[in-house]
Design a protein around this ligand. Sequence first.
Ligand code: C5P
Length: 206
Amino acid sequence: DRKLVISLDGPAASGKGTISKLLAAKLKLTYFQSGLVYRNLALSCINNQIVPTDIEAVIRLSQTPRYEETDELFEENVGIVASQIATIGAVRSNLSGYLVKLIESTPRIIMEGRDIGTVIAPSADLKIFIAADINVRAARRYKELSEKGSQYVFDDILSQLKIRDQRDAEREVAPLRPPKDALEIDTTILSPVEVVNKIMKYAFLL
Ligand code: C5P
């Protein structure tokens, strides 16, 4: 099989993970969640009592990017810290270097995140950008976290998503934007399977 790169970007809780996993299974691609690299760094900062405003210390930690999966990583406070450190240019270039190498060394990959189609893989074979109403995204995240047994308040999740969205869209370095040649899909009233079916109509491009 020839090399294939698909990028999938969008805001928090828009369904990126679910959709990417379904596409990965259909098209035999390695699935990679770039947000986890940011979340790993955020968790290291929290565990080492490094605050996001201690830029020098955060940059130092970002020189050794990690990709591990633990339940803790998915907590919304980790997402908030991730979005804070993700505004630091030198942090982004360290983590981006890691992501770019990963794409280069993986034959067939779908990578999801915020800047994959715009910065990390601008020559991806297919670029997807998904969006969804913020209330629907908060409801999805609430359901997901509640199923894991955590105690959360819907309004807290909604306000945390708003903070994170705004920070991701307004930062100076690699802000969240649809790549200009992206397939844009609003998932507000679509199920993950319906979204994947829409995307598969473009799979002839691959
Ligand atoms: O995708 P996820 O919500 O897990 O990402 C956590 C945070 O990491 C995002 O809110 C964003 O600030 C940052 N991020 C990023 N660029 C990426 C992936 C994630 O800035 N490619």
